[in-house]
Design a protein around this ligand. Structure first.
Ligand code: SF4
Length: 351
């Protein structure tokens, strides 16, 4: 009997989520894209093969069986890219297959550009995709390569339904826009009656905020929480406030979230013949992606939220060594948590 990783047995509810890259093609050209920051567009412009997708799905099914002994753990997976909607009808066929094998419907992360009447009708006919999670753009600093935020908002408003939910996803906020965060929140609330998840630029593009930017972030978070907390869900910088960086869509659930990517290149060398053996290796990989963090500051009041942190913050990444990454993580974490605390005091006792 193989030994299960500690992460599964730790107290508290948690989510394990797989992100299956189903295509390397994309119909947008966002400068902040972390996917193409690490890959050459031309070299990765292909779809996942049926064979590889089925291997991934059989792995997820097997993991689901193992996790049935852990009622506190929920299992999800999403289709991502590139841009999954580039697959047209094949997307629905893949989702159908996925549901048949795993008994769990995938959801799809998209830039929303290809959403139209025909797509929605096909989605409603197949009923194999759980929902769409649509990334949106900072309206005050739109990236020239990204889809137009007003057009995407229009599509969300027009096509979102209970039958097929289209949920505003994540908006990437560069450090220089921390001062506009409240203005950005107002824009989305006015247009969509809800707020997308706010996220910092990830990995290769991350730059440490200045002291002034941290102060601006603090002030804006206080304003957002005091103005919107009774109106809608607020998701702030999930890679720091929760242990999810890639799946902010779950952060409102206040569970520990662990994410693992299954890529087009099959980096874990999974095939239909080795599913059982790979099941334990992949579960172990979750543990490695979210290592235990022993912070030097034993008196920190936020230490409960730092027990496990995303590997990148702990070990750094290219051009950004670990001492700097953990310093930035800590500064951002304290800024955000202090702002949340201040906002809650204002809400309770007034200014
Ligand atoms: S917030 Fe900073 S000081 Fe506090 S436990 Fe986390 S990393 Fe350590």
């Amino acid at each position: 009997m193989k030994i299960l990783p500690k992460i599964l047995k730790e107290k508290g509810e948690k989510i394990l989520c797989f992100s299956i890259t189903i295509t390397g093609k994309c119909n947008a050209n966002c400068s902040y894209c972390h996917f193409f920051a690490r890959k050459e567009r031309r070299e990765i412009a292909f779809d996942i093969s049926k064979e590889l997708l089925e291997s991934y799905l059989l792995l997820i099914k097997n993991i689901s069986n193992v996790l049935s002994k852990f009622p506190q753990i929920k299992l999800y997976y999403r289709f991502s890219g590139g841009e999954p909607l580039m697959l047209n009808r094949k997307l629905f066929e893949f989702a159908q297959k996925a549901y048949e094998i795993t008994n769990i419907k995938p959801y799809v992360l998209t830039n929303g550009k290809a959403i139209n009447k025909k797509f929605i009708e096909t989605a409603q006919k197949y009923k194999s995709i759980n929902h769409l999670y649509v990334s949106v753009e900072n309206p005050f600093d739109p990236d020239p390569g990204a889809p137009d935020v007003l057009k995407i908002i229009k599509k969300i408003k027009k096509f979102n339904s209970e039958k097929f939910p289209i949920i505003p996803g994540v908006v990437v906020i560069k450090n220089q826009h921390f001062k506009n965060l409240f203005k950005i929140a107002n824009f989305f609330y006015k247009n969509l009656n809800c707020l997308p998840a706010f996220s910092e630029e990830g990995y290769a593009l991350f730059t440490p905020p200045t002291e002034l930017q941290l102060r601006e972030l603090h002030e804006n978070i206080v304003k957002i929480i005091t103005n919107f907390s009774d109106k809608t869900k607020i998701i702030l910088f999930p890679s720091i406030t929760s242990i999810s960086s890639l799946f902010p869509e779950f952060c409102g659930e206040h569970k520990n979230i662990y994410i693992l990517g299954l890529d087009l290149e099959n980096k874990y060398k999974i095939n239909k013949q080795n599913i059982k053996q790979k099941t334990f290796e992949i579960l172990q990989q979750f543990e490695e992606n979210y290592p235990i963090f022993n912070c030097d500051d034993k008196n920190c009041k936020w230490s409960n939220g730092c027990k496990r942190i995303l590997k990148g913050w702990l070990y750094g990444w290219k051009k950004f060594p670990s001492k700097k990454s953990i310093k930035s993580y800590c500064e951002l974490k304290k800024t955000i948590y202090e702002a949340i605390l201040k906002a809650n005091i204002i809400l309770k006792y007034g200014k």
